[in-house]
Design a protein around this ligand. Structure first.
Ligand code: FVH
Length: 312
């Protein structure tokens, strides 16, 4: 038995995700206090044994671990602001989607109210919470995370990314970026085929293995990006820039908006103009920085210190 086996938990926010989080804590046998702006949303959890607090401040006062899952950062500021007097000595774990900057600001704000702060990024949808397929990134107070990592393990795999409170949000947003890129390509593909009335369900079985095959290139590209050596190109950038024009022309011919795919053309053209045409498209990543890499965020930790750590 570890130190946090009997720690009560408070959950602020009972939308689809907050309800799933509170339910997972109940499933794990924790004493759970909940609060939600619309109190009626707590009824199913109360029926399962959760305690409903009248205010966010009362809810925060009830537990050493305060898990926050609200709509956005504005909402978090509003709700935590109302509970500020109850936060001293607690660990706030904020699983609301937000930016690294917002996470660092909330960490500083909670520290000013005597609380530890851990930010999180949930890589799961509500029905996945508590299952092995659920991954949650955490970063921020090491003491706060490690004191409660067993409790947090009820939500799914917990990956601690280090002391910088912004790191979990960075990873979360980066993975969402990859997801939306995939959705963009998929939607455009289905609009193209749909323009000739090919049913989406007929074409989609071809998309999945294609994307799966293309994904095998990602580790090689990552190595090229890290090393700066983009010379190993099976399909060079200049060739892809030329072929990409057909994708845009075909879209126009088929009556399909190019809004999802147009930006890639500009980037490919910039790559060619920068003399990167003979190399791999992985070279395009360097063209995306608007300030030098490493110029934002917290002070860099020593090499190895930010390595992800999975809890048991
Ligand atoms: N659901 C998902 O698939 C994703 C998975 C990854 C993580 N996201 C993020 O989780 C946060 C919460 O998402 P959610 O799905 O629970 O969202 P909703 O069901 O819309 O619930 C929103 C809750 O926020 C409360 N709320 C909104 N505005 C206010 C306010 N001004 N003051 C106090 N509370 C507010 C809302 O309360 P109510 O409408 O029930 O009274 C809900 O509790 C989010 O960051 C996702 O990006 C979910």
């Amino acid at each position: 038995m570890t130190m946090d086996d009997d720690v009560p938990v408070t959950v602020l926010g009972l939308g689809a995700m907050g309800t799933a989080l509170a339910g997972a804590f109940l499933d794990a046998g924790r004493h759970v206090t909940v609060w939600n702006r619309t109190a009626s949303r707590a009824e199913p959890l109360v029926a399962r044994g959760a305690a409903l607090a009248a205010t966010a401040a009362d809810a925060a006062a009830a537990s050493p671990l305060v898990v926050v899952c609200l709509l956005n950062d504005d909402t978090v500021r509003e709700v935590l602001g109302g509970a500020a007097g109850s936060l001293a000595g607690r660990t706030v774990v904020n699983l609301t989607n937000g930016t690294p900057r917002q996470a660092r600001e909330t960490a500083a704000w909670t520290a000013g109210h005597g609380a530890g702060y851990v930010d999180g990024g949930i890589m799961a949808i509500p029905p996945m919470i508590g299952t092995p397929g659920s991954l949650v990134f955490y970063s921020g107070s090491p003491e706060g995370f490690h004191a409660h990592e067993r409790t947090l393990g009820a939500l799914g795999r917990a990956m601690y990314l280090g002391e910088d409170a912004g790191r979990a949000a960075l990873y979360d947003i980066a993975l969402l970026s990859a997801m939306y890129g995939m959705f963009s390509g998929f939607f455009h593909a289905l609009a193209l085929t749909g323009s000739e009335k090919v049913p989406a369900s007929e074409f989609t079985p071809l998309v999945t293995p294609w994307l799966t095959a293309m994904m095998t290139s990602l580790p090689r590209m990552a190595e090229a990006i890290d090393s700066g050596d983009h010379s190993a190109a099976a399909s060079n950038l200049a060739m892809q820039a030329t072929a990409y024009v057909n994708l845009l022309d075909a879209s126009a011919d088929q009556g399909v908006s190019a809004e999802l795919v147009e930006p890639m053309r500009a980037l490919l053209d910039r790559g060619v103009a920068a003399g990167l045409g003979a190399g791999d498209v992985s070279a395009l990543v360097d063209l995306l920085y608007t300030v030098p890499a490493g110029a934002t965020g917290a002070e860099k930790e020593p090499a190895g210190a930010t390595g992800a750590k999975e809890s048991e």
